[in-house]
Design a protein around this ligand. Sequence first.
Ligand code: C2E
Ligand code: CA
Ligand code: CA
Length: 706
Amino acid sequence: MRLSNIQIHRKLILLVIIMVCGTLVTASLAYRFTQDDILNSRKSQIQSVVQAGRSQIMALHQHLQQNSITQAQFDRQLQELINATRFSGSEYLYLYNIQGVNIAHPIQKQLTGTNQMDMRDDDGIYITRKMIEGIKENGSVFWEFRWPKPEGGLAVPKLGYAERIPGTELIIGSGLYLDDLKPLVRARAYTYLGITLTVLIAALLFAYRIASNIAHPVTRLAGQMNTLTEGNPDLEVLDTERRDEIGDMARAMQCFRDHVVENQRLRTMQDQVRFLETFDPVTRLYNRQALGEAINKEIARHDRDCQLAVVVLRLDLLHEITIEMGRERSDQVLIKTAARIHDELHSDDVLARLSEDTLGILLSNVTSREALETLSRNLLDILAQPVQLEEQRLQVAGRAGISIFPDDGGYDFQLIGRAENTVNQAKKQERDLLFYDAVAHNEPNHSIELWQEMQKALDEDQFYLVFQPLFDLENNNPVAAEVLLRWEHPEKGFISPAQFIPVAEQSGLISRLDAWVLEAVAKQVRNWLDRQLTPPRIAVNLSGISFLRPDFLDTLTDIFGRHQVSLDHLDLELTEGVLIDDLELISDQLRNIRATGVSISIDDFGTGYSSLSRIKNLAIDNIKIDRSFIDELDTCPQDRKIVEAIILMAQGLNLSVIAEGVETQEQLAELRRVGCDTVQGFFLSRPLKVEPFEELLEQDLVIEID
Ligand code: C2E
Ligand code: CA
Ligand code: CA
């Protein structure tokens, strides 16, 4: 098994085991060496005692030889000397001669004078004989035998030492009782045990600390990495404060997590853009673009040998419901009606929303004109059935216009456009159902034409900007200007943005158009700055499709960066429609954009789907109350209440309120009374071309009030 395949905490456990074993081996070796040391030092101790005795006896013997003492005196002094030599508690000296006769013994006095050559201990060892043999061989001897202690009792192991006294027949010996060493050894053993245990505990504690300091964070990081690679970035990366390699890893991991989050955010945004490019956000039905694609796909698949039909249904009373009861109600009616129609269709058929009150259907299983007519009438019947909304029953009526492939058109836009024209015709003729080929055609398809001409207009610079100032009601000064796009068509003259912007949104051209406006604004502001004019904040209308593009922020900073204009000059007006979907995604995008200095306004507030409670956590600055509420502000008490409520709530959320479409003195007075912050409208100033707007900037214009 390779070390790199073992988990870190196992490695640490292995290390601890090695340390424990090492400590134990060291301790037991130390114990053994100590035992030997103690024995050796005791051995040399008795050796030196014996040698001291030997020197004394040699001196005595010299006296005997020089006749300064008698043999009897010598013998007596020998006895006295031996009797007196007791040391270390139980040790003593004794004397033998080389024939094995005991000469003196301080303890076992009865031995004196007897030959002990045959004396044996409990184990059968010839004690004296072994001694004498050893001495004859080496002059001195260490040997082991069993011998009772001076205080009596059973014989115990003893280590004897003896040597010949030179010049005499005498042998002097001593010995040590081996069990006398035990307490000493035991004391040492306890010391070693204590040290070993302390080292072990310290090692274990240290290993534990290392484990929690290294192994645990590493394991956690590894687990988090797995979670991240599974695409789940909802985790908190710890240890990023550490200054060691784990800290480096944690910081790298955090970067990685941020990447994953950012990637997911971009992906969700792309999905969102794809959604907006394919679906109608209210009914979640396909939009015009998607219906067109479905038609083209069907056309390619059917290879022109089968009939397809496009039925356009217009809900006649829906617009009236919007006006009378609000957008939300009419949306609900549309959603319910669309669901019923959907239930009637074949699974291959495609249902789409083409405009506010128009549905388009691709029928791909058309067997005959009669069947098509029956089905369409059936759909009109379903459409006319009342819709129950809480306590209210609402009823809409509809008309149908039908175009058939390949007779009425070969492309999606022809089939849809012609069916739409047919339904318009049906309305004019007050018919509920018409086939395209049953009417005279002179109306071209405006959308397609517009779309093609818009591209040309972009290339040929037919667009320009006008500026409508916004006035601060506190000091009556212009504080900002809304930029509005104008299109001067070389033949058709002025075309309203209300007409071409929706077409641009449906056709995918809107991002180019919005980018064009931003570029033109940046250029214009640069021009003013170069000429020492102080431009107010410039508000640009931005389509939700552009706003939700993942690359929008880059585009924005790139454009303003190129002209060296700070984004503080820019305000972006977004409609509520942008805010209906993924709030989290939108709030991220808003926060990122706002961080560049751009301010954000919610345009047409009150007409769409959002409420103040929905936008309260979003990074926005202003709300623009829709013109429809201002229109009858001075005459309709209900509108006045709504406006008052919006202003109150906006103040609570620290948002500034702009009222647009102020057309009369009375409306202005009313807005001032209810505490509106900023106003805009024809009464104050129409949208102005650059030159008159510059004059206004130079004039320090102030609005006249009351
Ligand atoms: P909006 O953003 O609500 O713009 C305000 C519209 O109200 C403008 O119409 C403006 O001329 C008009 N208006 C201003 N004051 C008054 C007033 O006192 N009374 C009345 N009746 N109308 C007033 P316009 O220029 O026709 O623009 C229509 C819409 O087209 C705008 O509505 C906006 O949604 C869109 N739009 C205009 N320019 C652009 C643009 O550059 N980019 C994008 N994406 N959309 C734009
Ligand atoms: Ca606007
Ligand atoms: Ca508006």
